[in-house]
Design a binder for this molecule. Structure first.
Ligand SMILES: Cc1ncc(COP(=O)(O)O)c(C=O)c1O
Length: 366
C-alpha cells in the first residue's frame, strides 16, 4: 500500500530533536506564551520576510483574527463584504462569518483552480472592502493581479496561506508577504505541520500585529488588563518548539515535493487523467498534487484495487454544504466541476523514488 501521506514517517525524521525540545519545554515550567513561541514567531517572520508573526491556535482563528483586528482598527465594519473563492476549504468562508462580515463567493479559474481574477473584477462594488486570496493546493493565487485590483479599489488584501508555506512569487517574495496580512495553518498534514493544531499570522503592519497580539490573548495589553473583547487563540510552547525544528527542513521538503511533481507531470501519460497546471516557477509548493478524471468513482475503485492512497480536496464545495444554507441556491459552475472531478494522489517529502514510480506506472495503466 502506498499511503496518501505518511505523517509518522515525516515526523520521525525529527525524533531526537523533538524529544530534546520536549524535555526543555517540560523542565522550563513555562507552557503558554513563553520563549519558544517568541522564538518561532521570530523565525517564521524572518522566513516569510515579514516584520511580524503572531502564533495562533489554528489557521481558522488566524484568518478570523485578521478580520476582527481590522474591525477593531476601524478598517472594516460588521456587514462589510469580503470576496472569497468559492473553490476553497470551508474555513476561508467561516472566518468571514465569524467576524460578522459578509462573504461574497467568486468562482474559480478552471486551469489554475484559484479564484478567477475576471470574476473578482465583476464582483467589486462599494460594499466590498477586502479580498481573501487562497493559495490553494500550495500554488499562489494570481496575487499580482489581485494586488493591483485591491490597490485600485482601496481594498484590503489578505492571504489564506494555510496550504502554501514557502511558495515564492515571481517577485521573489514568499507566501505570507504578498498582501496586507496572511494566515497560516500548521495542521499536521500541511507542508509545515505541527503535532496537533497550530496557526500563525504574518504582516508588515505593526498596528495590526499589536491589535492581534491583544485579541488572541483575551484582549489584554498586559496580564489581567483587558482593553478589548478578545479570545483565547494562542500557539502553545510545545508546538512552537516543534515548528522551529521543522521550519529548518521546509525548503528542502518543498524542493522534494516539486521534484515529485515534475516527475509526475512529465511521466504520467494517460488521456483519462488531466494533470494540474504548473508554470515551473517556485510559486507552487505542492501541498497537494491534484489530477482530474471524468469518472471519479471508477478511478477511485482502480486506486483502491491497486493500493494507492488518495484524498479528495474537496468533495463538497462550501456553497453546497448544509452549514452554509444561505449559499445552497447559488451556482458556481467551475467550482462544482472541479469538486466533481478532482483526486489528490500521493506527494510528500518522504516518498521514495520507487513509490513515485509505482504511482506513475499504476496511473499510466489506468
Ligand atoms: C485553505 C485553508 N484555509 C484555512 C484552513 C484552516 O486551518 P486549520 O485547520 O488549522 O484551522 C485550512 C486547513 O485545513 C485550509 O486548508
Amino acid at each position: 500500500m502506498i499511503k496518501f501521506l505518511d505523517l509518522h514517517k515525516i515526523n520521525s525524521r525529527f525524533n531526537t530533536e523533538f524529544k530534546s525540545q520536549f524535555n526543555s519545554v517540560l523542565t522550563s515550567g513555562h507552557y503558554i506564551l513563553g520563549e519558544q513561541v517568541e522564538q518561532f514567531e521570530t523565525n517564521f517572520a524572518n522566513y516569510c520576510g515579514t516584520k511580524h508573526c503572531i502564533g495562533t491556535a489554528n489557521g481558522l482563528d488566524a484568518l478570523t483574527l485578521i478580520l476582527k483586528a481590522y474591525i477593531e482598527l476601524g478598517k472594516l465594519k460588521p456587514g462589510d463584504e469580503v470576496i472569497v473563492p468559492a473553490n476553497t476549504f470551508i474555513a476561508t468562508v467561516l472566518s468571514v462569518l465569524h467576524a460578522n462580515l459578509k462573504p461574497v463567493l467568486v468562482d474559480a479559474n478552471e486551469e489554475s483552480f484559484s479564484i478567477s481574477v475576471a470574476e473578482v473584477e465583476k464582483h467589486i462594488n462599494p460594499k466590498v472592502k477586502a479580498i481573501i486570496a487562497v493559495h490553494l493546493y500550495g500554488q499562489l493565487a494570481d496575487i499580482d493581479s489581485l494586488y493591483n485590483i485591491a490597490k485600485q479599489h482601496k481594498l484590503l488584501l489578505i492571504e489564506d496561506a494555510a496550504q502554501a508555506h514557502g511558495a515564492i512569487s515571481t517577485s521573489h517574495k514568499k507566501a505570507g508577504n504578498l498582501s496586507d496580512a496572511a494566515a497560516f495553518s500548521f495542521y499536521p498534514s500541511k507542508n509545515l505541520g505541527c503535532l496537533g493544531d497550530g496557526g500563525a499570522i504574518t504582516t508588515n503592519d505593526t498596528k495590526l500585529s499589536d491589535c492581534i497580539k491583544m485579541l488572541h490573548n483575551y484582549g489584554s495589553s498586559s496580564k489581567y488588563v483587558n482593553d478589548i473583547i478578545g479570545t483565547n487563540s494562542r500557539l502553545d510552547e510545545l508546538q512552537a518548539a516543534f515548528l522551529s525544528i521543522k521550519l529548518k527542513q521546509l525548503d528542502e521538503d518543498n524542493l522534494k515535493r516539486q521534484d515529485i511533481a515534475a516527475f509526475y507531470l512529465s511521466n504520467i501519460k494517460n488521456k483519462k487523467i488531466k494533470l494540474p497546471f504548473f508554470n515551473h516557477t517556485k510559486d507552487h509548493v505542492f501541498y497537494a498534487f491534484v489530477v482530474r478524471v471524468d469518472d471519479r468513482k471508477d478511478f477511485i475503485n482502480y486506486l483502491n484495487a491497486n493500493e494507492v492512497g488518495y484524498l479528495i480536496h474537496y468533495p463538497i464545495p462550501p456553497h453546497k454544504q448544509k452549514a452554509l444554507a444561505m449559499f445552497n441556491h447559488r451556482s458556481f459552475p467551475v467550482t462544482e466541476k472541479i469538486h466533481d472531478t478532482v483526486v489528490s494522489i500521493p506527494i510528500s517529502p518522504v516518498m521514495t523514488d520507487e513509490e513515485v514510480q509505482t504511482v506513475t506506472q499504476i496511473l499510466n495503466s489506468y
